[in-house]
Design a protein around this ligand. Structure first.
Ligand SMILES: [Zn+2]
Length: 694
């Protein structure tokens, strides 16, 4: 698809509507139909075009626009509001044996007075239960299960998930139901779970026990921006209350939900009787390991919705279905050794090496033991017989030691005092970790404190070149390993000293590849200051904060010279981050690194800040004008309004004075509005403001 597809940019309204539709369609192709038509960069381009269009024409921004997925963070102390479910959100009874599934069938038939029901059998997704409300087709609310009667309102977090359509995709001629509650399971894909846990372990954190805990923890984070980074997914599996929908069967509902653009629970089967249902359950017992999500069983549900209603509820669960859970496969093996790995931050992670054993579809040789505390708690010794299982069928872990099989020759493991990679000193720390709201536990962790440890700079170089940072596409992990092994690269600044000859001396390095890499490195020198700041890996400074610093200070030189007082002036930068950045530029080693990068000719200016300066110089629409924003803006976010003012050469201030040119008043504007009237400052509405923008 080319960039020129769709209505022309001369008609912004039609163009924006087309872009919204295209983005929603690509989300559906990716998440529901699993046959994406475009690659990520192309998707990003559509998204950026829409965002730019909306910034220029705020009235084109609709509640179902994909740009509205990430909202603001909940403020400290603020919790999630609870809201009553329209229909109670109960669970189903669980069982591990076939006999009870048959008893369930007998009970159902008895209650339906002898009529034999059809059953819908589907995979049981191991995630966090949520309820989605759609009103006239628009996603308006998302709740956790809570106590079954009331759930927590996590709408803002669920909105960040691209697998949840903001508006139902209704086929031609089909009207949106006035209201419907869709129930489903938010889950974390296994691949994402592995990535997240590695990241947490690198920070010395423990990581989550399994993808379910990770999903449940993620949907309740306070910052939707952080939730978005967790790449959660959803499967819809039930309907709650609904109005104006002619749907008679559960299986029919699932088909409808899929058409609407929601991922529905996979591998469903309508079975004529309980024997067929049990056969379907058995079929999947050994096949389920192949998915990128956790399933812990299968759910059997009466298919007809009127029969479901007739069966009613017990005190805590619905009678129309039962969940059959598979037993996790546990196997015994021997711990041959406990090895230690060093991560990006220098944290040491012990892992057990087993006598290879076959479990849940693959041969298992290693399992992370996380840290010294976990080893002590489970009392795992080298030479022990242990029972292992795969968490979520994929990540092996030690369940327990078979103490009865000890011979007395087992060795107690102790974290080394010397780094296995650089032989440097290891520091052992006891860190307090939160277990839940009230409880904490002390975790023993170990770190290599040598800043020159190769294990650490490898990760740093990779991070420096990554996408959100300097984006040096041709510099993959394998190449970094080669460069480090040859001693050509120790830190990110060394990248810019690489020569063609050096590169060509590497194994399997062709001329074309070498030239491409050098070209990429050269191009990266022109990157905006914000990218360089993100790439430096300063504590607390990710992509967003790097932008804030870059735009405020304008140049690297100004940022390096900034005093602690200077940081007070930067909006969005708190004292902890300010101190960390201040300290960073005073660390001798980091200072030398930055000096070398500058000497290599990297751009040290903020291109955004310069665009603004140019706007002022050129007499932009708001050149020399000062704005005060007050009240609640409804057409755009406050930060966006501020950006629009600055981009046009204007300034914003927090208080009204005689020097104020305009007070932009939203809804419920208070004392600032009074002050403006008192001083005779011009007050404008959001519509007035929009008129000024063009
Ligand atoms: Zn080391």
């Amino acid at each position: 698809m080319s960039k020129t597809a769709g209505p022309s940019a001369a008609d912004p309204k039609a163009r924006a509507a087309w872009l919204r539709g295209e983005i929603a369609r690509h989300d559906r192709l990716y998440y529901v139909e699993q046959r994406p038509e475009i690659a990520d960069p192309e998707y990003d381009r559509l998204y950026r075009e829409l965002a730019d269009l909306e910034a220029a024409h705020p009235d084109l921004r609709t509640p179902d626009s994909p740009t509205q997925r990430v909202g603001n963070e909940l403020k400290g102390g603020e919790g999630f509001e609870t809201v009553a479910h329209k229909k109670p959100m109960l669970s189903l009874d669980n069982t591990y044996n076939e006999e009870e599934v048959r008893k369930f069938d007998e009970r159902v038939k008895r209650m339906l007075e002898g009529r034999a029901p059809e059953y819908n059998v589907e995979l049981k997704i191991d995630g966090a239960a949520v309820s989605l409300w759609y009103e006239k087709g628009l996603f308006t609310r998302g709740l956790t299960r809570g106590d079954g009667e009331r759930g927590e309102d996590i709408t803002r977090n669920l909105k960040t998930m691209r697998s949840i359509p903001l508006r139902l995709n209704l086929p031609e001629g089909q009207a949106a139901p006035p209201f419907i509650e869709l129930r489903g399971e938010v889950y974390m894909p296994r691949s994402e779970f592995a990535r997240l846990n590695k990241e947490l372990e690198d920070q010395g954190d423990e990581g989550f026990v399994n993808p379910r805990n990770a999903a449940a923890g993620s949907i309740k984070m306070k910052d939707p921006g952080e939730v978005a980074k967790r790449r959660l997914r959803i499967f819809v599996h039930t309907t709650g209350a609904f109005e104006g929908l002619d749907c008679k069967r559960h299986s029919e509902f699932l088909k409808l939900a899929a058409v609407w653009g929601l991922p529905t629970v996979p591998e469903t089967q309508v079975c004529a009787n309980i024997d067929e249902a049990i056969a379907h359950i058995k079929l999947w017992e050994h096949k389920r390991g192949g998915f990128d999500f956790d399933t812990d069983g299968m759910v059997v549900k009466v298919d007809r919705l009127d029969q479901q209603d007739q069966l009613g509820v017990t005190s805590k669960s619905y009678r129309f279905g039962i969940a059959y859970k598979y037993q996790p496969e546990q196997v015994e093996t021997v711990v041959e050794d406990i090895e230690v790995q060093v991560g990006k931050t220098g944290v040491l992670t012990p892992r057990a090496r087993f006598k290879p054993v076959f479990a849940s579809g693959t041969t298992v040789t290693y399992a992370s033991l996380h840290n010294q505390s976990q080893i002590e708690e489970k009392d795992i010794r080298i030479g022990d017989h242990v029972i292992i299982e795969k968490a979520g069928e994929i990540i092996p872990q030690v369940v327990r030691v078979v103490a009865a099989k000890r011979s007395g020759g087992e060795k107690v493991f102790k974290m080394p005092d010397e780094c296995p990679v650089c032989k440097g000193r290891i520091e052992h720390r006891e860190i307090e970790r939160k277990v839940d709201k009230e409880r904490t536990r002390v975790v023993k962790t170990s770190w290599c404190v040598n800043p020159n440890c190769p294990a650490r700079y490898r990760e740093r170089v990779i991070y420096f070149a990554s996408r959100g940072c300097m984006d040096i596409e041709d510099l993959g992990e394998k190449l970094v390993d080669k460069l480090i092994a040859k001693g050509m690269v120790k830190d990110p600044a060394d990248l810019y000293d690489l020569t063609r000859e050096q590169l060509l001396s590497l194994e399997r390095m062709g001329e074309k590849t070498a030239d491409n890499l050098l070209k990429r490195l050269e191009e990266s020198k022109k990157n905006d200051l914000a990218r360089l700041l993100a790439a430096l890996n300063m504590p607390h400074v990710g992509e967003r904060n790097a932008e804030l610093l870059s735009e405020h200070f304008g140049t690297l030189e100004a940022l390096r010279a900034a005093t602690m007082e200077d940081f007070d002036q930067v909006q969005g930068v708190g004292p902890i981050m300010a101190q960390a950045v201040f300290d960073y530029f005073r660390d001798a080693r980091e200072k030398a690194l930055v000096d070398r990068l500058v000497a290599s000719g990297l751009n040290t200016r903020s291109l955004t800040a310069e665009t603004r300066k140019a706007a002022v110089a050129a007499g932009g629409a708001f050149a020399g004008k000062t704005f005060v924003l007050t009240g609640t803006l409804t057409k755009f976010k406050r930060s966006e309004a501020e950006k629009m003012i600055k981009d046009r050469g204007g300034k914003t201030s927090g208080s009204v004075s005689k020097k104020t040119d305009y007070v932009l008043a939203g809804e419920e504007a208070g004392s600032k509005l009074d002050k403006a009237k008192e001083l005779g400052v011009k007050v404008i509405s959001e519509s007035d403001f929009e008129a000024l923008l063009t």
